[in-house]
Write a new protein. Structure first.
Length: 247
C-alpha cells in the first residue's frame, strides 16, 4: 500500500468523527473538524499536488471553523511550511504515522466491545489519561459511538473495571486507532499493549490482514513498534501558538 493511499485513507477515517463539524478532502489534502476544543482532534493534512494552494485552502478551512486545529504537512506538503509560517503559525514537532498488519492470534477474554453503558467511564478514563477536556473525550467516546457505522470502541477490563480503551475507525483500506489510553494510576501494567494486541486480533478475525494505523507522538510510538508496527512517515505539526503551545 502506497503512502498516498495511507494518507488519504487516514483522512477518511476521520469522517465518522466529524458529525459536529465537517470533513472535506481533495487531491493532495484533507481536513477533518470534529468540533472538539482540543487541536489534536481537528486535523488537516497537506501531502501532494499544488501544496502551496492546498496549504492556503486548509488554513482557510480551519480558520473559518473557529476550533483549535493542527495542520499536518507530509511528503511534498513539507514544502508549504512557509505558507503557515507567514501567517504566524509555528511548527511544534512531528507525529509518527505507524502501520501494523494484524495476524491470526488468540482472542483475549479481557477485551470487550464497549456499549453505551460504558461510554461515561471511557470518557472519564480518556480525560484523565490525556489531560483533555470532557468535550474532547466525548468526541471519541460519545454515547452514539456504539452501533455507529465505521466506529468501534473496545477496552481491556481487569478487576471488573475498564482499564484501557481505544476507538477504532474504519478508513476503508485501513483502520485507525484513536484515543488509546490507560486509566490514570494504572499505567505501566501492560494494559495498553494488551489492548493493541487484542484489537489487532479482533480486526484480523473480522477483516483479515487490513493495515491498522496510528498517528502517535514519539513518546507513544514505541508501544506500537513493540506490537510489530513500523513508522512509515513523519507528519509535521503546525498550529497557532495559542492553540498548541498555550502562548
Amino acid at each position: 500500500m502506497t503512502l498516498d493511499v495511507l494518507r488519504r485513507a487516514y483522512g477518511r477515517s476521520m469522517r465518522p468523527l466529524t458529525a459536529a463539524g465537517s470533513y472535506l478532502d481533495g487531491d493532495g489534502w484533507w481536513a477533518g473538524i470534529t468540533g472538539a476544543p482540543d487541536p489534536d482532534y481537528n486535523l488537516a493534512l497537506v501531502h501532494n499536488g499544488d501544496v502551496t494552494a492546498h496549504a492556503q485552502h486548509v488554513y482557510d478551512i480551519v480558520t473559518a471553523a473557529r476550533f483549535p486545529a493542527i495542520v499536518l504537512l507530509a511528503g511534498r506538503g513539507l514544502a508549504a511550511a512557509q505558507v503557515l509560517a507567514d501567517r504566524g503559525w509555528v511548527c511544534a514537532g512531528a507525529l509518527d504515522l505507524t502501520v501494523f498488519v494484524p495476524v491470526l492470534a488468540p482472542e483475549d477474554d479481557a477485551l470487550r466491545v464497549l456499549g453505551r453503558e460504558d461510554m461515561s467511564d471511557a470518557r472519564d478514563l480518556a480525560a484523565g489519561a490525556f489531560g483533555v477536556s470532557p468535550g474532547t473525550a466525548a468526541i471519541a467516546y460519545a454515547d452514539t459511538v456504539p452501533g455507529a457505522p465505521g466506529l468501534t470502541a473496545t477496552g481491556i477490563f481487569d478487576d471488573a473495571r475498564l482499564q484501557s480503551c481505544t476507538l477504532i475507525s474504519d478508513g476503508g483500506e485501513i483502520e485507525t486507532v484513536w484515543s488509546l489510553g490507560t486509566r490514570k494510576g494504572r499505567q505501566r501494567r501492560g494494559y495498553a499493549r494488551r489492548l493493541v494486541d487484542a484489537a489487532a486480533a479482533r480486526t484480523f478475525a473480522l477483516r483479515g490482514p487490513v493495515p491498522m494505523c496510528g498517528l502517535t507522538s514519539p513518546q507513544v510510538t514505541p508501544l506500537y513498534v513493540s506490537a510489530g508496527a513500523q513508522v512509515v512517515e513523519n507528519w509535521q505539526m503546525w498550529s497557532r501558538p495559542r492553540w498548541l503551545l498555550g502562548l
